[in-house]
Write a protein that binds this ligand. Structure first.
Ligand SMILES: [Zn+2]
Length: 288
């Protein structure tokens, strides 16, 4: 038996291309799909910072970023793209648009310093929506807008507490929508609460803020970005055949939770609600 000679490897070759390690991970075709993808990121706070960093480094072609707020000093403990001089001066979306190209040279970032309900319709011309907002009212509004599209877009929603994170991977009407688990009473409360915060600046200024630290946000950003990667590389095939790529199947219709305190993870199905408070959800589900 003749001994097989090892294949010579040019180690220099590996390091020449910015995306070489990503290509080895995803494959050439999937990397090209990622580079041609556009995502809408709603929220440019701690979660938006992490997701823009991850998807920018991955090589996503374009990120449309929507958030009406300016950088606050309290954001600085967990937001990689914000600087102390930004406080009360720079919009969050503009700070990220300015600094993302330093590390993600191939990703275009389109900033919109507006609430999602005031953003132009063009922001919805994307492959996927990522949600990193701190209020249910924005989730309620963007869910209704998404369900009015034909077809609605996949949505990855991130949320967290002091020491846990939760991510939902949805593609309504094939799965539950963002508000399927909300009761009618809760929806009424969400809408009424927004009215109160808009009319009473004192309430806005005194809303309690829960404790938060950068590595909790890193976990939620990582889970969202990983699920986004799987959705982006497989979306066209899934829409045609109902099948995802092998070993790259997103957790569609499921929640993923991680408890950092006890190092426990949990995942489960989010039940679609035929009596969902969102009329577009009820209507579209009838025709699926
Ligand atoms: Zn629903």
């Amino acid at each position: 038996m003749t001994k097989k000679e090892p294949t010579p490897v040019d180690l220099q070759f590996f390091e020449k291309n910015h995306h070489d390690r990503t290509r080895r991970w995803l494959g050439t075709t999937n990397l090209e799909t990622i580079q041609q993808s556009t995502v809408l990121m709603v929220g440019a706070g701690a979660v938006g910072n992490e997701v823009c960093k991850n998807l920018g480094l991955l090589g996503v072609g374009k990120i449309i970023l929507v958030d009406p707020d300016k950088v606050a000093a309290s954001n600085l403990n967990r937001c990689v793209f914000f600087r102390p001089g930004d406080h009360d001066v720079k919009y969050k979306v503009d700070a990220i648009a300015e600094r993302l190209p330093e590390l993600a040279t191939d990703t275009k970032l389109e900033p919109h310093p507006l609430p999602i309900q005031e953003a132009p319709d063009s922001v919805w011309d994307v492959d996927l929506v990522l949600v990193g907002v701190d209020n249910h009212y924005a989730r309620y509004l963007l869910n209704a807008k998404n369900l009015s599209l034909a077809p609605p877009l996949p949505v990855i929603n991130g949320a967290m507490g002091k020491d846990f994170v939760s991510v939902e991977v949805l593609a309504p009407p094939h799965t539950a929508c963002l508000v399927c688990s909300w009761s009618k009473d809760f929806v009424d409360h969400v809408v009424a609460n927004e009215v109160r915060t808009r009319c009473d600046p004192f309430f806005v200024d005194t809303v309690p803020r829960f404790p938060m630290i950068s590595f909790v946000t890193s976990v939620v950003g990582a889970v969202m970005s990983w699920e986004a990667t799987k959705v982006l590389v497989g979306l066209t095939q899934w829409r045609k055949t109902g099948q995802w790529q092998e070993e790259l199947e997103p957790a569609l219709g499921r929640f993923i939770q991680y408890d950092l305190h006890h190092h426990k993870s949990l995942t489960g199905l989010i039940m679609a609600n035929p009596r969902c408070a969102e009329i577009f959800c009820r209507d579209k589900r009838k025709h699926t």
